[in-house]
Design a protein around this ligand. Structure first.
Ligand code: TYD
Length: 209
């Protein structure tokens, strides 16, 4: 049996620079000749499509309903036989995922009952626990500036008040689960190379374990 791959998740508010930093990590991993599978949530499954309609504000969904859609999408993301996370990990290939259950806790957990959302995700055997979560932390005004520069349409959570509540929720959740999860908080208000150097250091530490 090959050694299991590492499962790495990126989290952060909208506008925190996840996309840029994930591609910088991809370039770094490629330069070392290692193999990794890059993926994101919501996925491109039919459930992911329903989620995107709701995020775009085209169809209003209850926060519990949205939590359940993210949960179904996440189970599919883990177990589907074509490109599910689990099979890469079991084959010894690292997986890097843009958002995961921490986003459900912070985003859905501001409207739906947080304990319920956490229990559904953490209590589900099909949903793998990440080996590392990198949280790109920015203050609300930096995030807002980046969202307004880069977006034509705003999603339902892309407003200052929601982002403020979501950031607070992320930290409350991290306090609660810190002991059982490997969460690294990175100051993402710095320049792209500064942030990326920190991320590569954290990645290398995980690989050396
Ligand atoms: P995002 O990474 O911002 O994608 P994009 O760059 O295409 O906008 O993620 C989309 C949105 O989905 C983001 O606002 C957070 C939200 N989300 C949740 O609310 N709950 C979840 O469980 C996940 C995975 C994402």
């Amino acid at each position: 049996m090959p050694e299991r791959g590492k499962f790495i998740v990126f989290e952060g508010l909208d506008g925190s620079g996840k996309g840029t930093q994930i591609s910088a990590l991809r370039d770094h991993i490629r330069s070392t000749g290692a193999e990794a599978y890059f993926t994101a949530e919501p996925t491109i499954s039919s459930t992911g499509g329903m989620i995107r309609d709701a995020l775009g504000g085209h169809l209003r969904r209850d926060a519990y309903e949205l939590s359940a859609l993210f949960l179904a999408d996440r189970i599919f993301h883990n177990v589907n036989p074509i490109n599910g996370i689990r099979q890469y990990i079991e084959k010894g290939i690292d997986v890097v995922c843009d958002r995961y259950y921490y986003s459900s806790f912070a985003y859905q957990g501001i409207e739906a009952d947080l304990d319920w959302v956490m229990k559904m995700n953490l209590g589900c055997n099909e949903i793998l626990k990440p080996d590392l979560c990198i949280f790109l932390d920015i203050d609300i005004s930096t995030g807002e500036k980046r969202i307004s520069e880069n977006r034509f349409d705003r999603e339902i959570y892309e407003n200052v008040e929601a982002q403020r509540r979501i950031r607070k929720r992320f930290f409350e959740v991290f306090d609660r689960i810190m002991e059982n999860e490997n969460i690294k908080i990175v100051d993402a208000s710095r320049t792209v190379p500064e942030v990326s150097a920190d991320i590569i250091k954290i990645y290398n530490e995980l690989k050396e374990k």
